[in-house]
Design a protein around this ligand. Structure first.
Ligand SMILES: Nc1c(NC[C@H](O)[C@H](O)[C@H](O)CO)[nH]c(=O)[nH]c1=O
Ligand SMILES: CC(=O)[C@@H](O)COP(=O)(O)O
Length: 160
C-alpha cells in the first residue's frame, strides 16, 4: 500500500501500550528543518497522546540524515532510552548524493537496531520533491513522525 492510500497519523489508541514508563530519544537532522520540525512535532504529540511524559523525551540535533546513525547509537550508549526515533528529510537534488545519503541512513539505522537491541525507528522521508515531504510531515498524507512514535512504543515493549 502506498502512502497515498494510508494516513500516516492514524492509529487506534486502544491498541497502543501505555508509554508512561518509557524513555525516548529523538535524534533530529537539521537539513530541511521545516520538514524535520514537523516530523518532530508529530512524533512528540503522538508520544504524549499515548501517555509518555515530557521529561522522558530527550532530543538531540545532528547536521544531516547521514549523521542520524552515529547520533542514534551515541544516544543509546549514553542516555539509555527504551527506543529512539531518528528523524530526517532527504530530498532529491541534481546528483546521486540523494541515493548515498538515503542508503547510508537506512542501512546504518538498521545496523544500530541489531547492534544495540534498542528499537531505533527509521523516520526519514526520502522524497523526490519538497511537496512530497510537506504532504508526509503534517500535510495531506498525515505525519510520519506520528507513525514513528507508535512504532517506537510498540517495539519498546515487544517481548517484554
Ligand atoms: N542533501 C541532504 C543531506 N545531505 C547532508 C548529509 O546528510 C550529511 O550531513 C553530509 O553529507 C555530511 O556528512 N542530508 C539530509 O538530511 N537531507 C538532504 O536532503
Ligand atoms: C540529498 C542530497 O544530498 C541532495 O539534496 C544534495 O543536492 P545535490 O544532489 O543537488 O548536490
Amino acid at each position: 500500500m502506498a502512502t497515498e492510500n494510508k494516513n500516516l497519523s492514524a492509529y487506534d489508541k486502544s491498541t497502543i501500550p501505555n508509554a508512561a514508563q518509557l524513555r525516548f530519544g529523538i535524534v533530529v537532522s537539521e537539513w530541511n528543518p521545516t520538514i524535520t520540525e514537523g516530523l518532530y512535532s508529530g512524533a512528540v504529540e503522538a508520544l504524549l497522546d499515548c501517555g509518555a511524559q515530557v521529561g522522558n523525551i530527550i532530543r538531540w540535533n545532528v547536521p544531516g540524515s547521514f549523521e542520524l546513525v552515529l547520533g542514534s547509537q551515541r544516544m543509546i550508549e549514553t542516555q539509555k532510552p527504551d527506543a529512539v526515533i531518528a528523524i530526517g528529510s532527504v530530498i532529491q537534488g541534481e546528483t546521486k548524493h540523494f541515493d548515498f545519503v538515503c542508503s547510508a541512513a537506512a542501512q546504518g539505522i538498521k545496523d544500530v537496531n541489531l547492534k544495540t537491541g534498542v528499537p531505533t525507528i527509521f523516520c526519514v522521508l526520502t522524497d523526490n520533491t519538497m511537496q512530497q515531504a510537506i504532504d508526509r510531515s503534517g500535510g495531506k498524507h498525515g505525519n510520519k513522525g506520528a507513525e514513528a512514535a507508535i512504532a517506537a512504543i510498540k517495539m519498546a515493549v515487544l517481548g517484554k
